[in-house]
Design a protein. Sequence first.
Length: 173
Amino acid sequence: MAKIEINRVTNANIYINGNNLLGRADEVKLPDVTAVMSEHKALGMVGKIELPSGFDKLEGEIKWNSIYRDVARLVANPFRSLQLQCRSNIEVYGSGGRVTQQPLVTFLTVTFKKNPMGTFKQNDNVELAATFSATYIKQVIGSEDVLELDYMANIFRVGGEDLLADYRANIGG
């Protein structure tokens, strides 16, 4: 009989350049790592296939719950990369309740590309959604590296395995 475990992640905190931004964001959308697929067809093949040919751009968004001077100054500069960190807690549940907890941490190097001025409504908190582009992302569960992708260094690791080592060697970089 299979043992059922359920993982729950229900909250998070973000940091920019190591500064704790607890309570300042309503929502953070981390980038999706999306492989760019190219169609391949050839004589003798009965069908077409898709093969990976790189990765799409990494884009995300932070919805701030108000304007904060220190954050606004950082977000306003599209020429400076920032270190963004999203930290959360994975709760693991079994038939007897919560079994364990472990950290889920995502590290990113980002450049903000949309500087929100705000949407204002009577008696509602201002809405500010800042979008960013990332060149680096690394996700760690507990102490195990799950995924690391660095566009500027041609690094792609899954579970610690360097999947671009041969590629870098072949192109001399």
